[in-house]
Design a protein around this ligand. Structure first.
Ligand SMILES: Nc1ncnc2c1ncn2[C@@H]1O[C@H](COP(=O)(O)OP(=O)(O)OP(=O)(O)O)[C@@H](O)[C@H]1O
Length: 308
C-alpha cells in the first residue's frame, strides 16, 4: 500500500479524479485531494476557480460527473446525515422571525447527538445574542449564527465557504479564536477564503485552485517557495552574474552596478554561501515573498499544471 493510500483509508476528505461540469464550463477539472483528520486547510483561488463547486461536492450538494468523493470513508450525503460534517455556506438563509436560540436549537434537533444548545452558542461566541431575532442581526453576527449552526451537530469536519466575508477586523479575530478552540480538539477544518492573511495565519496547509484544478498544495512556506521563495538584496562591489548564478538555491539574479538582487528557494543556504564567498557584501536585506505574491504568481503567471 502506498503512503497516500494509507492516508486515504483514514482520510477526513478524499477526492479522487473529480470532475464537475456546468454545461460547457469545467468547474472542477480533475481534482485529487486528501485531507487527514486534524488538518486545517485553506482553499484559495481567484473568482471562478472552482472552490465553491468543490465544497458543494464535499457536502454532497451535487454529484461529480467523474471520480469519487468520500468523507471519513463514507459518501458525503451519509456523512452529512450522520452529523460528521458541519457546513457554513456563504448565503445560508436564516429565518427572520426566529431568535438565535430558536434557530440553532431547531437545527440541533435534526441531529442525533447535537451539542447542548448553550455550548454551541458559547463556542460561536453568540450567547449574548440568543434572544435576538435574525432580522435584527448585523452581517457579521449572522455569520456567527451560521457558525453555531455548523457546530451544533458536534461535527468531525467543518467546511466553511468564506466564513468571515461580512465581518469587520475585530469580529474576524474573535471568529478565528473560536475556531482555534474547535481545532484544538483534533477536528478537521476546510475553509475557502479570499483573505490571504487568514490562510497564512490559521491554516496548516494551503490548497490553491485555478480553472478547476489544484495548482499548488502544501504548507504556507512551501507554497511561497513554489512562487520563488525569498529575495536577497545587497551591495557587492565586483560581483559577476556568473558568481551569483552559482550560489546555491538561486532561481534568478539581477546585477545593477554593485547592487545585487537574488531570488532564492532557500535564503539561509544562499546567504551563508554569499557571505562566505564574498564577505565584502553589505546592506544585506532578505525579503519574504508573501502568500499574496505566491498567490498572484501561481494563479496568473504560470502555465496550467506546471507547479504540481
Ligand atoms: N450553478 C452553476 N451553473 C453554471 N455555472 C456555474 C454554476 N456554479 C458555478 N458555475 C461556474 O463554474 C465555475 C466555478 O465556479 P465556483 O463558484 O465553483 O468558483 P469559486 O472558486 O467558488 O468562485 P468565487 O471565488 O467567485 O466564489 C465558474 O466558471 C462559474 O461561473
Amino acid at each position: 500500500m502506498e503512503n497516500t493510500d494509507v492516508v486515504a483509508a483514514g482520510a477526513a476528505v478524499r477526492m479522487a479524479g473529480v470532475h464537475k461540469h456546468y454545461g460547457d464550463v469545467p468547474a472542477v477539472a480533475g481534482v485529487d485531494l486528501t485531507i487527514a483528520p486534524g488538518e486545517v486547510v485553506a482553499l484559495l483561488g481567484p473568482n471562478g476557480a472552482g472552490k465553491s463547486t468543490a465544497v458543494d461536492l464535499i457536502l454532497g450538494l451535487g454529484d461529480p460527473d467523474h471520480g469519487t468523493v468520500s468523507i471519513f470513508g463514507r459518501k458525503p450525503g451519509e456523512a452529512v446525515r450522520d452529523g460528521l460534517i458541519g457546513a457554513m455556506l456563504q448565503n445560508g438563509t436564516l429565518l427572520d422571525d426566529l431568535t438565535v436560540r430558536e434557530t440553532v436549537g431547531l437545527v440541533g434537533r435534526l441531529h442525533r447527538r447535537p451539542l447542548p444548545l448553550g455550548e454551541a452558542l458559547r463556542q460561536a461566541g453568540i450567547e449574548d445574542l440568543a434572544g435576538r431575532r435574525a432580522n435584527k442581526l448585523s452581517g457579521g453576527q449572522k455569520q456567527r449564527v451560521r457558525f453555531a449552526i455548523a457546530l451544533v451537530s458536534d461535527p468531525d469536519l467543518l467546511v466553511l465557504d468564506e466564513p468571515t466575508a461580512a465581518m469587520d477586523v475585530g469580529s474576524r479575530r474573535e471568529f478565528w479564536q473560536s475556531m482555534y478552540t474547535f481545532t484544538e480538539t483534533g477536528r478537521t477544518v476546510l475553509f475557502a477564503t479570499h483573505y490571504l492573511e487568514e490562510a497564512e495565519e490559521f491554516a496548516d496547509r494551503v490548497v490553491l485552485m485555478r480553472a478547476g484544478r489544484v495548482v499548488a498544495d502544501g504548507s504556507v512556506a512551501q507554497v511561497r517557495a513554489l512562487a520563488g521563495g525569498r529575495t536577497i538584496r545587497a551591495v557587492l562591489p565586483g560581483a559577476t552574474a556568473q558568481f551569483l548564478a552559482a550560489l546555491p538555491a538561486v532561481t534568478a539574479h539581477d546585477l545593477r552596478g554593485d547592487r545585487i538582487s537574488l531570488s532564492s528557494t532557500d535564503s539561509d543556504a544562499t546567504l551563508r554561501a554569499l557571505l562566505t564567498a564574498a564577505p565584502a557584501a553589505r546592506e544585506v536585506e532578505v525579503g519574504a515573498v508573501g502568500l499574496e505574491g505566491a498567490f498572484l504568481s501561481l494563479t496568473t503567471d504560470e502555465p496550467e499544471g506546471a507547479l504540481r
